[in-house]
Design a protein around this ligand. Structure first.
Ligand code: AGP
Length: 604
């Protein structure tokens, strides 16, 4: 899951590409590279291990041109190094390729090409593409690229330059996102609109199996087989500023503090007070179909899977439909029984996560009905699903997802309320949930005001080598998500467990050096949760509770405003986002670019 960006036009290309790479760095940040067409048509390449700023420092003073492509990497084949950084070129350095994705049959192609005399410079899968394109006898660059792609298996979003075919960039997509940016006598290409929205908001999203040729004053799209396709420009919803840090030190802090506004946005225009329900325009599911649903299966990865777990609880509570959530990658490979009465819901911030996309495609192949709960408009999962709802969290740049988690859970509350009100949920309960939803933005603001206290607590616990997170029923997925946040950004080992499972094993871990973070809502399990605190205290464990009232047995309690029992999980996770943030800050971690991770996982 790398980031590619390209430009062809009248402007000096290198600064534009470097700016684009900086905006894509959340997709991968272990090495980067750039190639431009020089004054006499030669390809000029600079590559560097490390961040984009390292690449920038190596750009020679005279490095002018008006056409170029660039790449920021998240290594899959070959460790981060100058040689393995993209672009990759053929032996004559006439063809340059940047690639986001994985070529599954690369070693086979590499062996064949080596046997025929090709010498490889890098360890990457991508380099085979440069050699295949260079060897093609086809008369146009488009045909050379499509010929090369026909022998490739796997996923790709690529951009190609060829010295013998100046004045054009050829791009192609299969499984990895590729967006074209339409400018005034200039064209952009990128893995994500973040890299081009400062220059144009007119974009075309390529579909799988689609290619495009970009020229300064024109572009056309066609299939890998060569037949013309229709390019439908859309307008990017967000201003370029939305991709800026807006005065915060990090994107994580900015996005945590955008949550009240983001929740307000996902509720906007959807609440119907007259019928105590909500309208979700894009579901594409009429009342009769909604009533015929016998089961709901939610699929996602990482934080989206955790949001799905809370969503399943909300659907069971408010709509009384059996529901559960499962990691999409597990679902795909266990050869699940796909049942016609089950409604499948794919959850994803980026809408490009490969394991979720492949699960959706497999379900569609088996005739299942799939809804999407997605943040990025026009993304692959959103386009593949039969219907769905956008969570309107706005651009989420930090690898560690925060505001999108919260908005996704709120979107599930809206879906559960909608399904509940076409079934047996009463008007009274509908109104109760709607009032609870309306209270969320102000309550989130209240929680964010407690940041100074949470910062002190994070410092007090940052020396822990490991932490246990516990919760019951509604609190358990909150514990799972909070432990993931801490792991991702602070690198402290953290494990989440249902509090009821403690005495079946994890209690053995408890001693003064192993803190426990406990989710203790004021609901029907309060006493049971308190009993778990007793068990931990009896073994001298340190306890940090997140609760609606002070917990006597806890060393520290983070107080959270009470909402409706069903909606409390939405609020109880937010202080723990700040806890993870300040723990990582205290440990000097690179908050927005945690090691070994990337924002959207477009490879398997
Ligand atoms: C969350 O902080 C992580 N970045 C990761 O677990 C993420 O949630 C997962 O990769 C799924 O991404 P998606 O929501 O874009 O599909």
């Amino acid at each position: 899951m790398c980031g590619i960006v390209g430009y062809i036009g009248k402007r000096d290309v290198a600064p534009l590409l470097l700016e684009g790479l900086q905006r894509l760095e959340y997709r991968g940040y272990d090495s980067a590279g750039i190639v431009i067409t020089g004054k006499s048509g030669e390809l000029r390449t600079v590559k560097a291990k490390g961040r984009v700023r390292e690449l920038e420092s190596r750009i020679p003073k005279r490095f002018a041109g008006t056409t170029g492509i660039a790449h920021t990497r998240w290594a899959t084949h070959g460790a981060p190094s100058d040689v393995n950084a993209h672009p990759h070129l053929d032996a004559e350095e006439k063809v340059a390729v940047v690639h986001n994705g994985i070529i599954d049959n690369a070693s086979e192609l590499r062996a064949r090409l080596s046997a025929e005399g090709t010498v490889f410079a890098s360890e990457t899968d991508t380099e085979v593409l440069a050699h295949l394109i260079a060897r093609s006898a086809a008369e146009t660059l488009e045909k050379k690229v499509s010929e090369a792609l026909r022998s490739v298996e796997g996923t790709y979003g690529i951009a190609v330059l060829h010295q013998d075919f100046p004045g054009r960039i050829v791009v192609a997509r299969n499984g990895s996102p590729v967006v074209l940016g339409i400018g005034e006598k200039e064209m952009f290409v990128a893995s994500d609109v973040a890299a081009l929205v400062a220059h144009t908001r007119q974009v075309v999203t390529l579909g799988d199996g689609e290619m495009a040729t970009l020229k300064a004053d024109d572009f056309r799209t066609y299939t890998t087989e060569g037949s013309q396709t229709t390019a439908t420009p859309t307008t990017v919803e967000w201003e370029a500023e939305s991709y800026d840090m807006g005065g915060h030190d990090t994107y994580m802090h900015k996005e945590i503090f955008e949550q009240a506004e983001a929740v307000d946005r996902v509720l906007r225009g959807r609440i119907d007070d007259r019928f105590a329900t909500v309208h979700l325009g894009g579901l594409n599911l009429d009342a009769r179909e909604a009533r015929s649903v016998r089961r709901i299966k939610i699929l996602g990865c990482g934080t989206s899977y955790h949001a799905g777990q809370i969503g399943a609880g909300l659907i069971e509570e408010l709509a009384r439909i059996p529901a559960d959530a499962e990691p999409a990658s597990e679902f795909r490979y266990r050869n699940p029984v796909v049942d016609p009465d089950t409604l499948y819901v794919a959850v994803s911030q980026s809408g490009e996560t490969y394991d979720v996309l492949a699960a959706v495609q497999e379900l569609k192949r088996k005739g299942a009905r799939v809804l999407g709960v997605v943040n990025v408009v026009g993304s692959a999962i959103a386009r593949e699903a039969d219907g769905g709802t956008y969570v309107h969290a706005g651009p989420e740049v930090c690898v560690v997802s925060t505001k999108c988690f919260t908005n996704t859970v709120v979107a599930f509350a809206l879906l559960a309320l909608h399904l509940g009100r076409v079934r047996d949920l009463s008007v009274t309960d509908g109104k109760r949930i709607i009032e609870g939803l309306r209270r969320l933005p102000a309550q989130i603001e209240e929680i964010l005001k407690t940041e100074p206290e949470i910062k002190q607590l994070a410092k007090a616990y940052a020396d822990a080598r490991s932490m246990l997170f516990i919760g019951r029923v509604r609190g358990y997925p909150v514990a799972r998500e909070a432990s993931l946040k801490l792991k991702e950004v602070s690198y402290i080992h953290a494990e989440a467990y249902p509090a009821s499972e403690l005495k079946h094993g994890p209690l053995a871990l408890i001693d003064p050096s192993m803190p426990t973070v406990a989710i203790i809502p004021d609901d029907d399990l309060l006493e049971k949760n308190r009993a778990a605190l007793e068990e931990i205290k009896a073994r001298s464990g340190r306890i940090l509770a997140v609760a609606h009232q002070e917990q006597e047995k806890a060393d520290h309690t983070i107080l959270v405003p009470k909402n409706e029992d069903e909606l409390d999980p939405i609020l109880m996770g937010i202080p723990l986002q700040l806890f993870a943030y300040h723990t990582a800050l205290a440990l000097g971690r690179d908050i927005d670019k945690p090691r070994n991770l990337a924002k959207s996982v477009t490879v398997e």
